[in-house]
Design a protein around this ligand. Sequence first.
Ligand code: BQF
Length: 291
Amino acid sequence: MELIDGKKISAQIKQELADEVVRLKAEGKKVPHLVAVLVGNDAASETYVASKVKACREVGFKSTELRYSADMTEEQLLEVVEKLNADTDVDGYIVQLPLPKHISEQKILLAIDPDKDVDGFHPCNVGKMVTGLPIYLPATPAGIVELLKRYHIPTQGKHCVVIGRSNIVGTPMSVLMSRKAEYADCTVTICHSRTPDIKEYTLQADILIVALGKPHFVTADMVKEGAVVVDVGIHRIASDKTKSGFRLAGDVDFENVAPKCSYITPVPGGVGPMTIVSLLQNTLKACKGLV
Ligand code: BQF
């Protein structure tokens, strides 16, 4: 079993991005500028936005954090989005999800200028991804493909089983893995909450991507010997052994599943850090006008 070290790979990619920023500056060009919009004060969202801003600082990107109270109206958030669309200094921006219940995520996503949508969630960008046009790839799926690539894990002709069908991970992941490309070309099966006897499918997986949002859902009896397991889940489990009062766990029972795997991603330090660097890669693309 080999551990897929997302922290290490993300550090390598950040170094590559930092080198690129040095080149841009030397050529007298603009440095990428990412804006993160945070509505409310959900603790996990605060951490995610802080990680994104910190990563920008590490590679030399400009970043701006815009914070609003949880009771802002949908109209007010739409005004913020319109301002960001019009601001030529902003290359790309994200609206941190989830949003408070009284604001329609769909409405907000539709208002984002697709050219600045570095999360890749706008239907225009989803459509481009599905048809294989160059576009901002959604950060988590793109980060997973990057991990498979950098570990030289063969994918062509393999059976990839994805658990979960969200717009943010499961659905785009299944699209990327089935593409005609060097790090794709899989036969893909999508399982979800209405799949009877999920184990019947997961046992056939050469590559198992788990993104359903249930702690320790995937157990050892569900995994084929030698499989590659990618754990996208991220849960805060109460713990008296840590300063924060919680520890992070994924959707996979890591301890018991890992011995069966050829490769497995840990939580934390697996997919999560790659999500952050994918966002940086998209922001660089936006700045260079590559999309
Ligand atoms: C790590 C996210 C659910 C819902 C909305 C590093 C992150 C997480 C873990 C991170 C996530 C999850 C993000 C680790 C961003 C990934 O070391 O394991 C980084 O910041 N993520 C998000 O922005 O919104 C979410 C999960």
